[in-house]
Design a protein around this ligand. Structure first.
Ligand code: IMP
Length: 432
């Protein structure tokens, strides 16, 4: 039996990881968010109710699961407290089973303001960030000036650090952006108020997880964003500011690779991307309208319309290799139900030289066009199917081709937003 599994996205985020984490969490003791921040939006549908989590691990909807937000995550405490309250309103009580790392860096109001002002100044060259202050917060982490969750425990130290960092940002806000400065006393007062709510959740989560491993507990590591948004391996500079590929688990938790038993890559049956940057299989007009409407492709964090496209097999193979994936979970297969034909990109062609590329490299993406293999659609309802034998043959062939191009098996298929509509081909926890 596999003990610890990683669930991460192979595309540009929004692959439907939240549902898969939620589903598999019933077999797990811990669920850990290890990178990113509240730029993520994990949508879960439980008993017909739609719940969107941005920061809290998706598994906590199961009453026996312990949620951990580890050191690799940047945390907006204001949003964390809002999310805890939102869950309470839905009758999910998590106060005594959510832990946050004392080493997590905080996202503070000036990070959000500077993120928004920078994007505005970039105009057409903007990254298209979620405007949640993620980039500036990670910059501070690397520059060793972050306020970390553990700093809340010492008021004097917190006040001194905050005064310094606020002055650093005020200089920029006033002189470069002609914007109003922040008063560090106001931010300090807010932090001290929130501290009383979250104090008991603050832990050395690395120690906590080492202990869990010693006690042979099962752990799910829940990725945010997708591999192609990774700061090192994604479509730089149009990426997020953390490692959304497998390395993020290790640095973001303090758990070594020996303890990661199985890595599941969640892949949407087509592609989407929010924000700017290259997207070789992007579609427009009718097909875009179809994916957006049927797939409800609007950002769960910002509400922005997602760009849509066909599945990119070249990028998928790259993600398989980047993350040493064990298997794939294909999501939103049912969105394709009414299409007469379906395409998968199998290679790229250089628009200037006509050279064919079968490998993904971010250096070539700006000047390639996709070469597609076209499949007949199945034009039948797959929504809600839970047994592989019930899939229409063309849908089964589509899945088999994905396995072929990815070079790894598909172990799960999601056939609707509902928590239980899953075709389980090989269970990551039970069938090894
Ligand atoms: P940031 O993470 O807010 O700095 O945004 C950087 C890029 O990552 C932008 O293109 C965002 O749209 C994208 N991004 C960040 N988080 C997500 C996510 O959860 N899903 C999809 N795209 C995301």
């Amino acid at each position: 039996m596999k003990k610890n599994i990683v669930i991460l996205g192979t595309q540009w985020g929004d692959e439907g990881k939240g549902k898969i984490v939620d589903y598999l969490s019933q077999y797990s003791s811990y669920v850990v968010r290890y990178q990113g921040g509240n730029n993520a939006g994990h949508t879960l549908v439980v008993d017909g109710k739609k719940i969107v989590l941005h920061l809290i691990p998706s598994g906590v909807l199961h009453p026996n699961v312990i949620g951990v937000i580890s050191n690799g995550v940047v945390i907006s405490l204001i949003d964390l407290v809002k999310e805890i309250k939102m869950l309470k309103d839905y009758n999910f009580f998590i106060n005594n089973r959510l832990y946050i790392s004392n080493a997590s860096s905080l996202i503070l109001p000036f990070h959000i303001k500077i993120d928004l002002l920078r994007e505005k100044k970039l105009g057409l060259n903007a990254i298209g960030t979620t405007g949640r202050g993620i980039g500036p917060a990670y910059e501070d982490k690397i520059a060793r000036r972050s306020i970390r969750v553990g700093d809340l425990k010492n008021k004097k130290n917190l006040s001194n650090k905050l005064k310094k960092i606020v002055s650093y940002y005020n200089d920029q806000l006033v002189s470069i952006y002609k914007s109003s400065p922040f008063d560090y006393q106001v931010i300090l007062a807010d932090l001290l108020q929130i501290k009383s709510i979250i104090y008991d959740m603050i832990k050395d989560t690395t120690l906590l997880l080492h202990q869990a491993i010693k006690n042979k507990k099962t752990i799910i590591f829940e990725g945010a964003q997708g591999s192609l948004l990774d700061i090192d391996h994604g479509t730089y500079p149009y990426v997020t500011s953390s490692n959304s590929t497998i390395g993020g688990v290790i640095t973001g938790t303090g758990i070594g690779s020996k303890n990661l038993d199985y890595i599941l890559g969640v892949t949407k049956a087509y592609s989407t991307r929010v924000g700017n940057g290259p997207f070789p299989t992007e579609v427009f007009n009718d097909i875009d309208c179809y994916f957006s409407t049927i797939g409800k492709e609007f950002g769960s964090t910002t509400g922005r319309k997602r760009r849509t496209g066909w599945l990119d097999g070249v990028a998928l193979r790259y993600s398989v290799e980047l993350n040493s994936l064990s298997a794939l979970c294909i999501t939103k297969l049912d969105v394709l139900d009414n299409l007469k034909e379906i395409k998968i990109c199998i290679a790229y062609q250089d628009v200037f030289t006509s050279e064919i590329y079968s490998n993904f490299s971010f250096c070539i993406l700006e000047h390639v066009k996709p070469i597609y293999k076209t499949f007949p659609g199945w034009m039948k309802k797959t929504s809600g199917i839970r047994n592989i034998k019930d899939l229409p043959n063309p849908a089964y062939c589509y899945i088999k081709y994905i396995e072929k191009i990815a070079g790894i098996p598909v172990h799960m298929i999601s056939t609707s937003p509902d928590r239980n509509d899953i075709i389980m081909i090989k269970h990551p926890f039970l069938k090894f």
